[in-house]
Design a protein around this ligand. Sequence first.
Ligand SMILES: NC(=O)C1=CN([C@@H]2O[C@H](COP(=O)(O)OP(=O)(O)OC[C@H]3O[C@@H](n4cnc5c(N)ncnc54)[C@H](O)[C@@H]3O)[C@@H](O)[C@H]2O)[C@H](O)CC1
Ligand code: K
Length: 248
Amino acid sequence: MGTYIKNSHTDFPKIDTLQMIEVDRLMVDEYHIGLIQMMENAGRCLAILTKERFFNGDVEGKNIVVLAGTGGNGGGALVAARRLHNWGANVKVFVTAEAKKFTPIPLHQYKILRRMGGSIQLASEINGQKSPDAIIDGIIGYSLKGKPRGNAAAMIHWANGQKVPIIALDTPSGLDLTSGRRFGATIDAAATLTLAMPKKGLFVEGVKAVVGELYLGDIGVPIELYREKSLGLDPTNGFRYSDIVRLY
Ligand SMILES: NC(=O)C1=CN([C@@H]2O[C@H](COP(=O)(O)OP(=O)(O)OC[C@H]3O[C@@H](n4cnc5c(N)ncnc54)[C@H](O)[C@@H]3O)[C@@H](O)[C@H]2O)[C@H](O)CC1
Ligand SMILES: [K+]
């Protein structure tokens, strides 16, 4: 799998969404590692996974559609879009809502991409889009609330109909990371890159069918943070050999 991606050599603790939200809180409030830093690492890992695993290390001239929601999941996908564009891919971004609906850090990513002249369209324009070589799913992450609705659901249906590899960020949109429950339309991923620590919902029986290959990306969470009282975890140095490790 090359230098960037290696098989896991260690067992990571499995956490739920509330623990992941606590990781994020500690990162920002106690360790002063900002969301923008985490998101850059998330998006870079996602772009590298896409390039190395699905394009043999070179995306030049490849058509890649990036689907982005308005939250942190979409923000990470927009970072990946920027990197893939820089590496020569023809990237088209489709968003679930206009810029003013984006939360601040994802909006920052959106503005960078727009300044670069990147193609950003609303979900309503996706139906005429011809099948790309791959799709990145950054529609919904750990903040999924119930059955996907509206533009998010429409993008999930469109993506599943293309029969090209879908690479999901954190979770296939529509899959709950704590319970593994699928509420309705769910992305049918070829690979999923979850972030920082494996989530329990990705190991529930039957979910492999939509998760595809499962990878874990390093977003720079200090080992000491996991040992804080509010988490009480004690992970080993699982990213010792690569930023991306394959879990199954
Ligand atoms: N430490 C980390 O793991 C980091 C994670 N990052 C990524 O951020 C997301 C979580 O981001 P958040 O802003 O909390 O929300 P989401 O992006 O998951 O989703 C919000 C988005 O989705 C809409 N939505 C929710 N439910 C539905 C529904 N049923 N139907 C339609 N739309 C829905 C909601 O309205 C919002 O628009 C995490 O998963 C990671 O990918 C950070 O990038 C870095 C740190
Ligand atoms: K997702």
